[in-house]
Write a new protein. Sequence first.
Length: 148
Amino acid sequence: MSDIATNHHARHAYFIEETCEAGLALLGGEVKSLREGKINLKESFARIERGEVFLYRCHISPYSHGNIANPDPIRTRKLLLRAAEVRRLFGKTQQKGLTLVPLRVYFKGGWAKVELALARGKKLYDKRETAATKSAKRDIERATRRRR
């Protein structure tokens, strides 16, 4: 598996409760563009509508050697999941504060996959607390390296 893109903003803004893998329905030029690494997941999210899962605001740049028929870079893309998985995720997203956020896009056996996370939004004080914990761990690591 090779990571194409990761959503670092998601780990900063959300508490990740669980993850699942979904296929990504793409057009030909989009796959070639993904292989070049031309994707941005920063503001993207997933939503369940009519028993199907869709990915919104995921920007895949047009393929550099494509023709005039390149698809819209921020079009809504369908995610491929089993029906039981969709029902389970739908039940969980009905809880207050839970949403579906893509964490990373990667190729697995030639197929484009998305790692979806069931996430709960962080408040500002949670973000500060996480940053302080991370900084303290970094300081401890630095001090232990100096001692050795």
